[in-house]
Design a protein around this ligand. Structure first.
Ligand code: COA
Length: 520
């Protein structure tokens, strides 16, 4: 297989300014990450520790197999909103390795407004359950939450993807045989009570965990009954009287040990048979990904430079290399796992879409997962292209991607605009995971184009504002705050993140391809 020849020498002085800019964007992201890793306010963390409790991130670290790391989702959810009162939206979600088994972990952070749920908290919780269901991953719920953040009830309670969806997914996960363990490590109030009640096995920490559908103040208001939280739904009550919980433990450490023990009783995980290889490091250093992108994303950038720093041996078996060169397609391995790669190298033309659709069909037929590397301003516009039927050819690629049935993972490393976002497996196309780089941009079109369009159709004189607004709203930080992705990642970590995510997808059998009608 051919090794990609890079034409970038990152130490070349001509790269100085792009390096400075990329590292500044990276630093901004790293500083925000360092802040949210601390959880809620210092006083809340102190109070939490004084009660003998570990923080959500400390609990997760103990739960993971030693030294295996945690693939966290959407750590910057809610960032830049709510006056920063909800770091990570008060919930930590991600994939852990527990007794060698890939599993989804969902942990409330009680130091953030008592672990209560705002809209982004629910989006993260529901998204993590969706990931578990799509990839056949066992779940651990570390519950420590006051339920809905009451002032925001209209945004979290009644709609399809709101609070109730959590319990719907728990039932669906159970029905397909996905094991679920709940550890009640704090409050578990109102709707939250159904989390342990719907899990397969529930552990509860003595003098710390409580489960009730209404807390003491509401009980008093409703029936006049006066009762303490412990008497109403403490650990002793639920393990000795009600039977709502199954295991009584003394503290967080013991609870986590018990959960790890429970994992040993699960049936072994499924592993999709594929042509796996021994992993080989890339020839070009992944570190260089932190600073090789151009300052201006509209500058042409060869996506092979990214591929070369992600795939094993920097080797890519390119498909139709000479045809429709604005899309790079080919087979490679990432840490030994075979993948098909589809990467933008410019705007999408009719023939580019045909090449993309053809390659998606190959991957679906061969049951090879697809990695989409997005840096796309959209489909080519204009009379010539409309006459050639770009809408029909673009539709073929969109159609192929929607029905491919193989695990797809999307990484936005540049821009993501217009229908290019759709054809390249944007969020609406159900990629198993979607990650962004800190410099990435996502919006229906660029700010300058939008303002020109509007000034033509509306004679709008307020162009400057629109450009600024698009500039702000297209940033990766804006997108990740609203949970439009599974998180921003450090570019140099792309290989590691893609490999972990890919490995997680292979817990579920890849079905036969089934495409619909391609308009010819
Ligand atoms: N909605 C809105 N805010 C809430 C809340 C809720 N359901 N539960 C807690 N908070 C807020 C508190 O007002 C406090 O805010 P502040 O830091 O700005 O003062 C913060 O979260 C921490 O709460 P506090 O009570 O100081 O922390 P705690 O660790 O001692 O107790 C709980 C945490 C969750 C056990 C307790 O706050 C509680 O019982 N909350 C009510 C739970 C409830 O009835 N929920 C029903 C939802 S359907």
């Amino acid at each position: 297989m051919e090794r990609i020849e890079s034409s970038i020498w990152p130490d070349d002085p001509s790269y100085k300014s792009r390096k400075e800019l990329n590292l500044a964007v990276l630093k901004e992201w790293q500083e925000l990450m360092a802040k949210v890793m601390k959880g809620g306010p210092i006083e809340a963390v102190k109070r939490h520790h004084e009660r003998g409790k570990l923080t959500a991130r400390e609990r997760i670290e103990l739960l993971c197999d030693e030294g295996t790391g945690f693939l966290e989702f959407s750590a910057l959810a809610a960032n830049g909103q709510y006056a920063e009162a909800f770091p990570s939206a008060g919930i930590i979600t991600g994939i852990a390795l527990i007794q060698g088994r890939e599993a989804v972990v969902i942990a409330n952070d009680a130091t953030v407004k008592g672990g209560t749920y705002i809209s982004e908290t629910i989006r993260k919780h529901v998204r993590a359950l969706e990931i578990a269901l799509e990839n056949n991953l066992p779940c651990v719920y570390m519950v420590d939450s006051g339920g809905v953040f009451l002032p925001e009830q209209s945004k979290v309670f009644p709609d399809k993807d709101h609070f109730g969806r959590i319990f719907y997914y728990q039932a669906r996960l159970s029905a397909v045989g996905i094991p679920q363990v709940a550890i009640v490590m704090g409050s578990c109030t109102a709707g939250g009570a159904y989390i342990p009640a719907m899990a397969d096995e529930t552990i509860i920490v003595k003098n710390q965990g409580t489960i009730f559908i209404a807390g003491p103040p509401l009980v008093k208001a409703a029936t006049g009954e006066e009762v303490t939280a412990e008497e109403l739904g403490g650990a002793e009550v639920h393990t000795k009287i009600s039977g709502v919980a199954d295991h009584l433990v003394e503290n967080d450490h013991e609870a986590i040990g018990k959960c790890r023990e429970i994992f040993l009783s699960f049936a072994p995980a499924y592993r999709q048979p594929l042509a796996y290889n021994d992993p080989v490091e890339p020839y070009y250093s992944p570190r260089e990904l932190d600073y090789i992108m151009p300052e201006d994303l509209s500058t042409h950038f060869d996506s092979r430079e990214v591929i070369a720093r992600i795939v094993d041996g920097s080797k890519l078996n390119e498909f139709k290399k000479e045809y429709a060169p604005t899309l790079v397609t080919g087979f490679a391995h990432i840490m030994g796992i075979p993948v098909g790669i589809i990467a933008n190298n410019g705007v999408l033309y009719p023939e580019t879409s045909l090449k993309g659709a053809h390659f998606v069909e190959l991957c679906a037929q061969r049951k090879v997962p697809i990695i989409f590397l997005q840096n796309v301003t959209g489909f080519m516009v204009g009379k010539d292209f409309e006459h050639k039927g770009i809408a029909r050819d673009g539709a073929k690629m969109v159609h192929a991607v929607a029905n491919a049935n193989v695990p797809m993972i999307t990484l936005i490393f540049g821009s993501s605009n217009g229908a290019g976002n759709y054809a390249m497996a944007g969020r609406a196309f159900g990629p198993r995971f979607l990650w962004m780089w800190p410099n990435a941009r996502i919006s229906v079109m660029g700010g300058a184009q939008a303002s020109q369009v509007l000034s033509t159709v509306k004679q709008d004189k307020n162009e400057e504002n629109l450009i600024e607004r698009y500039e702000r709203e297209s940033k990766a930080l804006f997108a990740t705050s609203r949970v439009w992705d599974d998180g921003i990642i450090q570019p140099s970590e792309s290989r590691f993140v893609l490999a972990r995510a890919l490995s997680a997808t292979l817990n579920k059998p890849i079905p036969e391809p089934q495409f619909g009608v391609f308009r010819m």
